[in-house]
Design a protein around this ligand. Structure first.
Ligand SMILES: Nc1nc2c(c(=O)[nH]1)N[C@H]1C(S)=C(S)[C@@H](COP(=O)(O)O)O[C@H]1N2
Ligand SMILES: [Mo]
Length: 413
C-alpha cells in the first residue's frame, strides 16, 4: 500500500531508530505534562500538580483529576506516540457517581422506543449480527478540554489539553437502528440515556438529545468497540454513542435506551446544561451578562505541538524535527501551519496519513535556527471551509471550547 509511504507516524518510527545518528537531541526534551518525582505530573498552569494513577480498571498511567465520579486525563506525551489514543490511556469523564462496576453482556438490552412504529429491545449479539458494521475514526473531546488554561480561571475540572482522544470506533449506524424500529412521522429529536445515575433520586439522569435529522445522518453511531477492543467500562462498556465532529458531551456512554421524541427535550442535561455563548468561538468578556446562549455543538479546528515544550533548548544550526497533532472538528483539516518567528511568517507543514475528516492527523516540519536566543514557535490548524484558530484565546464562564493558536518558547543555544 502506498499509504505506508505517506504515513509520517510510521516513518517517524523508522527515524527514531536512527535518532542518535541524526543529532536530533532536542527531541529528547520532556514534553508538557511530564512525570515528576513521587509519581506526580505537573500540568502547565498554577496548581497543576496531579497524581498519576493506574488504580482504575483498564486504565494505566493516567492523570487523576477526581476520583468519584471519575475524571481522568490523558498525559500529553501519549499524543506524540500515534494518532490513535490507546484505550488504557484514554481520558474519562462522568457526571454522576453511580456507575455500574460491571455490565453483564448476555443480559444487556438496548431499547428503542417512543415515537417509533415498534418498540425494540436488542441484545449485543443482535447489534453485531443483524446490522451492517460501521467504522469511523473520530476525536472525542470534552467541552471543558483545556479549561485549566482559562484566564481568568473558571470553576470546573481543571484539565490541561488531555481531555480528548482519538479512536477507531466500530459499531452500527444510529440510522440503521432507528430505521429498524421505524421513526414516527412527528419525530423531532432522539434522546440517548446511559446506565449511570445520581446518588440521590432527584439528580437528573444523564441524557442528551439530537435533532432527528442529525440522528439519521448515517454517521452518528452506536459503538461497541474502540480501537478494535470492547469499550473499557469507564469509556462506556458495552455501548456508547459516537457523534463525529461534535463535543463529547453528546457521546452518551453505557447507552441502553433510545427514545424518539415528538417534542424538544426539556431534560436538564440537554436543555439547561452545556450552553455556550452564541458566537463562533463561544467568546465573551468576564462580567458580560445577558448574552444569547445555545447548546454546545460542533468542534472547531485545533493543533498542538507534541514533541516540544516551552523552556526547551535547541542547538543553533541543528535541524530539528517539530511535530504534533491536529484535527478539523466538524470539517476536514485543510492544513496545519507553522511559524518559527512568533507568527509573522507561516509555512505549511507536512501532514501524516489521513484517517478521515474526524480523526487526529499528525503534522511535522523541520526547522533550524542560525542564531542563538529565544524563539516563539507557533502552530495553527485551518479546516476545509477556511476556519482557522484564533490568535487570542476565547473565554467564557463555563470554560468551554478553549481554542487558540498554540505556542512554545524555546531557547536556541
Ligand atoms: N452516560 C454518560 N455518558 C457520558 C457522560 C456521562 O456523565 N454519563 N459524560 C459525557 C461527557 S461530558 C464527556 S466529555 C464524555 C467523556 O467520554 P470518555 O469518558 O469516554 O472520555 O462522555 C460523555 N458521555
Ligand atoms: Mo465533557
Amino acid at each position: 500500500m502506498k499509504n505506508d509511504e505517506r504515513d509520517i507516524f510510521q516513518q517517524r518510527r523508522r527515524l527514531l531508530g536512527g535518532l542518535g545518528a541524526l543529532g536530533l537531541a532536542a527531541l529528547t526534551n520532556p514534553i508538557t505534562g511530564r512525570a515528576a518525582p513521587g509519581n506526580n505530573i505537573m500540568l502547565p498552569f498554577e496548581n497543576g500538580a496531579r497524581p498519576l494513577t493506574s488504580a482504575f480498571p483498564q486504565k494505566s498511567n493516567v492523570i487523576l483529576q477526581r476520583t468519584r465520579p471519575p475524571l481522568i486525563e490523558t498525559p500529553f506525551e501519549v499524543f506524540d506516540q500515534g494518532v490513535f489514543t490507546p484505550n488504557d490511556r484514554f481520558y474519562v469523564r462522568w457526571h454522576l457517581a453511580n456507575i455500574p462496576t460491571s455490565v453483564d453482556p448476555a443480559a444487556f438490552r438496548l431499547d428503542i422506543r417512543g415515537h417509533v412504529n415498534r418498540t425494540v429491545s436488542l441484545t449485543l449479539n443482535d447489534l453485531v449480527k443483524k446490522f451492517p458494521r460501521f467504522e469511523i475514526a473520530a476525536v472525542n473531546q470534552c467541552s471543558g478540554n483545556s479549561r485549566g488554561f482559562f484566564s481568568p480561571r473558571v470553576p470546573g475540572g481543571q484539565w490541561a489539553n488531555g481531555a480528548m482522544g482519538n479512536a477507531r470506533w466500530t459499531g452500527v449506524r444510529l440510522k440503521d437502528l432507528l430505521t429498524h424500529a421505524g421513526v414516527g412521522a412527528n419525530a423531532v429529536q432522539v434522546r440517548l440515556n446511559g446506565l449511570d445515575t445520581g446518588v440521590i433520586p432527584q439528580t437528573p439522569k444523564f441524557m442528551k438529545s439530537l435533532a432527528i435529522d442529525h440522528a439519521l445522518d448515517g454517521e452518528v453511531m452506536v459503538a461497541y468497540a474502540m480501537n478494535g477492543e470492547p469499550l473499557p467500562l469507564l469509556n462506556g462498556y458495552p455501548l456508547r454513542l459516537v457523534v463525529p465532529g461534535w463535543y463529547a458531551t453528546y457521546w452518551v456512554k453505557m447507552l441502553h435506551d433510545i427514545e424518539v421524541l415528538d417534542k424538544p427535550d426539556d431534560n436538564f442535561w440537554t436543555a439547561k446544561a452545556y450552553l455556550v455563548p452564541d458566537n463562533h468561538f463561544a467568546n465573551v468578556h468576564p462580567g458580560d451578562k445577558d448574552f444569547k446562549q445555545v447548546p454546545i455543538n460542533t468542534m472547531l479546528p485545533r493543533s498542538f505541538f507534541t514533541n516540544l515544550r516551552s523552556a526547551g533548548t535547541v542547538q543553533r544550526g541543528q535541524p530539528m524535527l517539530v511535530r504534533g497533532i491536529a484535527f478539523g472538528g466538524l470539517n476536514a483539516l485543510a492544513k496545519v501551519q507553522f511559524s518559527s518567528d512568533g507568527g509573522r511568517n507561516w509555512t505549511d507543514t507536512a501532514m501524516g496519513r489521513d484517517y478521515g475528516r474526524y480523526s487526529f492527523r499528525q503534522w511535522q516540519t523541520t526547522v533550524s535556527f542560525p542564531q542563538t536566543g529565544s524563539r516563539t514557535l507557533m502552530v495553527r490548524a485551518i479546516d476545509s471551509t477556511g476556519q482557522a484558530q484564533p490568535n487570542t484565546p476565547n473565554w467564557n464562564g463555563a470554560g468551554f471550547m478553549r481554542n487558540v493558536i498554540e505556542s512554545v518558547d524555546i531557547n536556541v543555544v
